[in-house]
Design a protein around this ligand. Sequence first.
Ligand SMILES: Nc1nc(=O)c2c([nH]1)NC[C@@H]1CN(c3ccc(C(=O)N[C@@H](CCC(=O)O)C(=O)O)cc3)CN21
Ligand SMILES: O=c1ccn([C@H]2C[C@H](O)[C@@H](COP(=O)(O)O)O2)c(=O)[nH]1
Length: 266
Amino acid sequence: MEQYHKLLSHVLEHGELREDRTGICCFSVFGYQMRFDLNKGFPLQTTKKLHWKSIVHELLWFLKGDTNIKYLNENGVRIWNEWADEFGDLGPIYGKQWRSWRDNLGIEYDQISKLIYDLKRDPKSRRHIVSSWNVSDLQEMALPPCHLLFQFYVSKDKKLSCQLYQRSADLFLGVPFNIASYALLTHVIAQICGYGVGEFIHTIGDAHIYSNHINQVKEVLSRVERQLPTLSLDIEKNANIEDLDFNQIHLNDYNPHPAISAKVAV
Ligand SMILES: Nc1nc(=O)c2c([nH]1)NC[C@@H]1CN(c3ccc(C(=O)N[C@@H](CCC(=O)O)C(=O)O)cc3)CN21
Ligand SMILES: O=c1ccn([C@H]2C[C@H](O)[C@@H](COP(=O)(O)O)O2)c(=O)[nH]1
């Protein structure tokens, strides 16, 4: 994860201090890319302990097409609570757009099922894309999508890579989650399609460090990185992604430095 540490140092050194929607102020740069070879370990930050259960349950929740925090809370995940309404709803965010994007005639599109079907049938296609940026739904979302578009690519040696475009990135809290979540998604889809894994490529628009996270970022940068954990999945080729369960996902040899708390900007 030296790529992530390089990004933190780059923003500390070159970021411009800007006001933002939350009123906290950020150090920010525009445009950055990181590449993670998924064959060199699972990219889960080791310089602070991440709550792996939150990462897995959030991804399962997206894949279920769920947009209410009830499932997350039942599984001890509270990362979306600040944005939910009194009924726990977040509006038509990621899960809705991934599994049932609605057009103006009311027809719904399951982008994930189509993605898996197309990846198996036509691996060389340049159209393996899932987008959450449904312009006509943006107003009803609790937060417009940050990780808003991803594309898959199958190499000649049948390795699956994923590139994400993230318009806005909270480098201390959100990004370690985002990297792990998309790395996990790539492993899951690869397994279902019968492919190996290639790279996760993370392309970011506004990459920022909140001004109240600076001490925490410096603490992370002072720590020595440890060996990356590995991932193993009990998922059969051609399994149904709807049936995916927490117990099929195993993280091995994760020995991070202690967690570092920070306030999330709402
Ligand atoms: N400002 C901001 N940053 C984000 O990363 C973010 C948002 N807002 N809004 C929507 C989602 C929610 N996400 C979040 C929200 C909170 C944490 C967080 O507090 N993480 C802590 C504890 C995690 C836990 O115990 O589950 C951490 O130390 O990583 C992480 C991601 C990512 N997103
Ligand atoms: O997966 C996520 C979701 C959100 N974020 C961060 C990025 C920003 O700090 C805020 C969103 O605020 P906007 O004003 O809408 O950009 O949430 C993230 O890093 N990862």
